[in-house]
Design a protein around this ligand. Structure first.
Ligand code: MLT
Length: 328
């Protein structure tokens, strides 16, 4: 009997050891490639920032940082993938403001944006721009507002899923007008452009990071930016505030995450590599060209990131609850 109990105990102890996350000796980390999960499809703003960061962080860490796009459910599928990953620093996440809005919109979220992650630091802050299909019957944001007021749910508005940055912008826009349009959800900004350019979608609010090249190529119309002042990087486009929606301002922030339980020295090393990338001249130049500058250094810390996320959830909660749109 005694020996049976001790055999069972030994088996249980062995199983627990096997189940325990294999955290690498911190002195050796990183000793293999790192996966950077982008919770949206390729070709969008999160993907653009993520690929710049991955390339630069690879150089600093001495191992490949490989981007993996895991789109779906407004970014929550990819975020959950990282929340459930081994906390060894080899799987990390770049996500945007959607980490805060998902906490409000998804009442059955399988992870907790605050408690399921180690917050590594804030990366960039990005304005948005209202776009239309190229053959849109109007030239100004005021024309677009008129079009939406007249056609209402016959208007197709794209977004990157419930909880995404573009959906937040679209929700605020509809709430400002008191009008509901037809929302068409995609897995990210990238797949939206072929449909918008082909005229199958009417309007879309995207971040400048991916919108800028389409605006320059003249394949879409840019009608208003969501900043207090016009942007040099999107020349000739007025602010939404100047064009019929006073105070309509939206800025999208991005942060880097590791699964909860990732050892503190590994989080610190990831933060160091993140800050290296945000000082890398090539990255900084490109981010500034896209109107998406690095966050100030004081915000590039785990503590500032966590505090900002907590504050953002509280900031958006009453606004999104009043809009009454939930994912589940
Ligand atoms: C969003 O709307 O949250 C993002 O723009 C989606 C993306 O990065 O593709």
């Amino acid at each position: 009997m005694v020996s049976r109990i001790s055999r069972r105990a030994a088996i249980a102890a062995g199983a627990a050891l096997l189940a325990a996350p294999a955290v690498h000796a911190q002195g050796n980390w990183p000793d293999q490639s790192i996966t950077l999960v982008i919770p949206f499809a390729p070709g969008g703003p999160t993907d653009a920032v993520g690929r710049m960061m991955a390339e630069s962080m690879s150089r600093e860490l001495g191992v490949n940082v490989i981007v993996q796009n895991v789109g779906g459910a407004g970014g929550t599928t990819g975020a959950n993938r990282v929340a459930q990953a081994r906390p060894d620093g080899n799987t990390i996440l770049l996500h945007n403001i959607g980490m805060a809005t998902a906490a409000i919109l998804y009442r059955q979220l399988p992870f907790n944006p605050i408690d399921s992650f180690e917050h590594i630091g804030l990366v960039t802050a990005t304005p948005m721009v209202w776009l239309t299909r190229p053959d849109f019957p109007g030239q100004t944001f005021a024309d677009m507002i008129r079009f939406v007021r007249e056609r209402r749910d016959a208007v197709n508005m794209a977004h990157a899923g419930l909880g995404s940055a573009s959906q937040l912008c679209g929700t605020l826009f509809q709430a400002s007008l008191g009008v509901g349009v037809t929302s068409v959800a995609f897995t990210g900004s990238g797949p939206i452009y072929p449909q918008l350019i082909a005229g199958r979608l009417d309007i879309y609010c995207d971040q400048t990071t991916s919108a800028a090249s389409h605006i320059r190529a003249n394949t879409v119309k840019a009608l208003a930016v969501t900043t207090p002042q016009p942007l040099a990087q999107v020349p000739g486009v007025p602010t939404a505030g100047q064009s019929g929606l006073p105070g309509f301002e939206v800025t999208i922030w991005h942060g880097l995450y590791a699964p909860k339980g990732t050892p503190a020295p590994v989080v610190q090393r990831l933060n160091q590599a993140m800050r290296f990338a945000l000082r890398d001249e090539r990255v900084v130049t490109r981010l500034n060209e896209l109107a998406s500058p690095p966050e100030p250094e004081a915000r590039q810390t785990p503590a500032a990131h966590r505090a900002h996320l907590v504050a953002e959830i509280e900031r958006w909660r009453p606004i999104l609850q009043a809009a009454g749109q939930f994912a589940d």
